[in-house]
Design a protein around this ligand. Sequence first.
Ligand code: NAP
Ligand code: GDD
Length: 363
Amino acid sequence: MRKVALITGVTGQDGSYLSEFLISKGYDVHGIIRRSSVDYRERIAHLEGHPQFHLHYGDLGDSMSLVKVIGLVRPTEIYNLAAQSHVQVSFDSPEFTADVDATGVLRVLEAVRACGLEKECRIYQASTSELYGKVEEVPQNELTPFHPYSPYAVAKLYGFWIVKEYREAYNMFCCSGILFNHESERRGETFVTRKITLAAARIAQGKQDCLYLGNLSSLRDWGYAKDYVECMWLILQHDKPEDFVIATGVQHTVRDFATLAFHYAGIELRWEGEGENEKGIDIKSGRTVVAVSPDFYRPTDVVNLWGDPSKAKKELGWNPQRTSFDEIVRIMVQHDMQKVAADHVAGVMRTNLAEYLEKGLVK
Ligand code: NAP
Ligand code: GDD
């Protein structure tokens, strides 16, 4: 049996882990990449040149490129991971977000039909816990009503429903994984967890004074990205096409994450004050190392995500707690402590996103 996977969003956090996972399962893996002025594909650089790994130019905004790549590769499985995936950015670029995250999904489905592959190609859609948004119950499962609460979530809701529609209308094997937040040492540097682990490492090594964050009380169900990509594959190996919630079933605040990250960086924090005046203070030196900046507040914020992974556990045999919260934070901080030290030794002249973040120039 041919095992040929096509991944959109292959350069992203999940795309890179999924590529490694599928290669280890014997798949030929094809990825769609966008042309960029900086040809720097950090997360997949180690895979380029591998005999089972191939890249093609394309864009979710460009139907013809999708038809061309899908027709050429004739994948047996498509993982549609490409998206403008930053919730805060979706408030700044709502139309672009809708084009990629909503209409982009439709373009992938239509390209599969245009290539006559609707009976043989299984499709995974990267859906999200953001669909629950202004949550109507906790914890959230496959039956919880959706209440999207950002332009990103509204776009992803279209993606979810169009996948369901094509499944019913054309009998296609297409499914959505409703994934809760998953993090790793490859996480983008503007998502809250990576922003914290990088800043904790920089502060511990004297390269930054203070970390500015938005809503410290926001609750997330954080898992490890490497564990979650296995679930994407399991969803497509299931005997029938269905949607699944993928989560750990454990919830923490942004404040908890910061406390543990600084601990692993060698700094014990004490919290003082409330709201915009809350501060994280280094117990040893008495210095303020975490402060709140309203620049990072969102027009509408999702504050209570907590997933119930019972269905995935029962039907896919997936273990939601393979990597604990503590372990995820430890892995990320350890990685960033080494990265900050290595960047210093090498005198790396990379764009210093951390400094922009510190000054609130980038959200
Ligand atoms: P990510 O690191 O931001 O990666 C996004 C990927 O999409 C990148 O490869 C990006 O390419 C690509 N992309 C963006 N716009 C595109 C376009 N117009 N055409 C083609 N490719 C495009 O995201 P991630 O964390 O890996 O997440 C993967 C997917 O899961 C996303 O759809 C996200 O919305 C969803 N999701 C993520 C989480 C999470 O916690 N990580 C949870 C639920 C759902 P460039 O490298 O060129 O920018
Ligand atoms: N990014 C960021 N930066 N978030 C902050 C900050 C900050 O300085 N301070 C507090 N937060 C809060 C946000 O308000 C939000 O409530 C929470 O931390 C998590 O924010 P992000 O890490 O940016 O992730 P997200 O939950 O909005 O979105 C991620 O998870 C979704 C699944 O629930 C993304 O990966 C989405 O693509 C994904 O769908």
